[in-house]
Design a protein around this ligand. Sequence first.
Ligand code: F6R
Length: 364
Amino acid sequence: QLEGHDTFLHKEIHEQPTSLERMLSGRLDDRFATARLDGLGIDARELRGFRRVKAIGCGSSFYIGQLGASMIEDLARIPADAEAASEFRYRNPIVEPDTLYVAVSQSGETADTLFAVREIQRKGGCVVGLVNVVGSSIARECDGGIYLHAGPEVSVASTKVLTHMGVGFALLALLLGRVHDLSYADGARIVAGLRALPGQVQQMLDSEDEIAVVAKGLAQSPSSFFIGRVRGYAVAREGAQKLKEISYQHAEAYQASELKHGPLALISPQMPTVAIVPDDELVERNLGALHEIAARSGPVIAVTHPGVEFGDLAAERIVVPHGEVELDPIVLTIPLQLLAYHAAAALGRDIDRPRNLAKSVTVE
Ligand code: F6R
């Protein structure tokens, strides 16, 4: 079943271009420059009535929810945020009828997310699922949803399904955008951007050998920072999570803007920073944070787009294909999967079955 790969994680990372093509097939509507998401079971008029979106999920699914919220704010211009489902249900949440709740889960069986879904429904809210496993509890109990069609994910740490979740949010953001104020031209731009995604992911996978070299260096550091801003912050959180889970090296994600409010004290030649620096409106601000790190001799691995000028701010650079800014975070997560995989491989870890973790957490 490994089909020539040494682990399921590696196989699943490499399946992404094909599995993403499959997920997108039939869901892009060129005529109206929108997404076709029949499984949501919500018509355009009802969709227009939602004034807010809240994503809930656990672990990596929560981080992708954060990324999704920023896509929804970018494209639909309605307030959106994400919350850990494990916290949500314990704070007697205020459930509003004009909020669309999105439950995000690979397995569809995570207890914390399932109970949050029930709490929302008990209080009269509408919740849709972004779920991979067909017929799972969350998929069945939600009012509608978007199946991720990533195929089975065997490795305990999630990779390909998270990318599919990113695409699921992009489709939802496009649809919500088009029933609100997103122009036809911008809709068409996003449709074309989504169609280009599987090819961009493949391009990234083709750079695996270079990323493996960087990963071997990173594996030597017992601790590292991952930083990003806004869209890039969710990417940084997921990158740090993946490294922790499978290499057991400590990694902590911060908003690049927060570095100077405390964690800068830890920057030294022994503390590398993986910096997510997309070529977007925040690029200068991100470079500003790198100046602070360079001034304290902190080594930087930049995950970035072609053409961003670092001077001597980043010793290592991983260059990711640049598409539409709203969708770019999806592709930016791919090198972080490879970084974690190769760091864990260099340390001889049990990559598919990391210690203390289970694929599906069905207890609270
Ligand atoms: C990370 C990981 C976990 C899951 C989390 C939620 O690699 O696998 O953080 O993302 O336990 O699981 P699902 O998505 O099945 O609800």
